[in-house]
Write a protein that binds this ligand. Structure first.
Ligand SMILES: NC(=O)C1=CN([C@@H]2O[C@H](COP(=O)(O)OP(=O)(O)OC[C@H]3O[C@@H](n4cnc5c(N)ncnc54)[C@H](O)[C@@H]3O)[C@@H](O)[C@H]2O)C=CC1
Ligand SMILES: O=C(O)[C@@H]1CCC=N1
Length: 275
């Protein structure tokens, strides 16, 4: 029989992962959700025809895998007094929260996995980094890969600290892409295009370029080479790219991703103090 999977928190990321599981054919009767907001619970029932409880304990009864999908600041309260079945696999997708904190809050008899997915999971196009320590058995890792894998690609990491780096690159990454698309659209409007046309040009360019990059990587063509192929000597692209480099685009990304990783660590450290 398919594994029983429970979600604590039925917000945006949980809905993306649930959508992936249902798409992959996981039976809806084997998924339950804990969601205290009555409005959100009604939406989940309507959208997915799932069992939704208003707290964690009833949703997690009999669960073989529990996804912790509340905001980091909500986690301690969401798990208060919760006792899961021995051997249950617990996958936290919360930014920052450390395995040591989860072990303290949940007890030692569960298999803990940290993961960082991203919102393209909604379309099955997500990517997740996962980490578990050496005590977690292969079967538990496989179950975690099954749940996150239904929403896209899974990458297992070598250290827990790398989760903060994954958060900075791909967890938060969709927002950087949307921001750059907004900036390109605004710049196109300043050059005389309508907002609709500028938006369409910017977005389709990114979609096309992403497909080229995917194809290029499969054929061992480096992404820097693809860029060089667009840059005619003395041409328009060279003028724009030179400007981006001089303006410090790489330094800006470096500092931005560092800020995201630092924030993840900060969140984890402050919540680790909660008993
Ligand atoms: N949104 C994103 O792009 C990503 C978010 N994450 C992580 O996923 C987690 C959830 O984020 P979102 O889905 O964006 O947040 P969200 O705010 O959409 O969802 C959180 C849900 O938890 C519910 N909740 C609050 N207290 C609860 C409790 N005591 N028991 C059960 N449910 C409770 C809320 O009502 C809400 O529906 C966060 O920890 C975040 O760090 C990870 C990767 C990407
Ligand atoms: O912004 C956040 O904290 C979450 C984690 C990664 C994406 N959203």
């Amino acid at each position: 029989m398919a594994a029983k999977i429970a979600f604590i928190g039925g917000g945006n990321m949980a809905a993306s992962l649930i959508g992936g599981l249902l798409q992959a054919g996981h039976p809806r009767a084997r998924i339950s959700v804990a969601e205290p907001s009555a409005e959100r619970a009604a939406w989940l029932r309507r959208s997915f025809e799932l069992q939704v409880a208003d707290s964690a304990a009833p949703a997690c009864a009999g669960a073989e895998l529990v996804v912790l999908a509340v905001k980091p600041q909500q986690m301690r309260e969401a798990l208060a007094g919760l006792r899961l079945e021995a051997g249950c696999v617990v996958v936290s997708i919360a930014a920052g929260i450390q395995l040591a904190s989860l072990a303290r809050w949940l007890g030692e008899n569960v298999h803990l996995v940290r993961s960082m997915p991203n919102t393209p999971a909604l379309l099955g196009a997500g990517i997740s980094g996962l980490y578990a320590d050496a005590t977690v058995p292969v079967a538990a890792r496989d179950l975690a890969s099954y749940v996150l894998g239904a929403a896209g690609t899974c990458v297992w990491l070598e250290s827990e600290a790398q989760i903060d780096a994954v958060t900075a690159v791909s967890g938060s990454g969709p927002a950087y892409f949307f921001l750059v698309t907004e900036a390109m659209r605004e710049a196109g409007v300043k050059l005389g295009l309508s907002p609709d046309v500028a938006g369409q040009l910017a977005l389709q360019t990114f979609i096309g370029a992403a497909k080229m990059a995917e194809d290029g990587i499969a054929r061992s063509i480096d992404i820097a080479q693809l860029r060089a192929n667009v840059m005619s000597r003395g041409g328009t692209t060279e003028a724009a790219v030179r400007h981006l480099e001089i303006a410090g685009l790489r330094t800006i990304f470096d500092a931005a991703l560092q800020a995201a990783a630092d924030r993840g660590r900060e969140l984890g450290a402050s919540l680790a103090k909660e008993t």
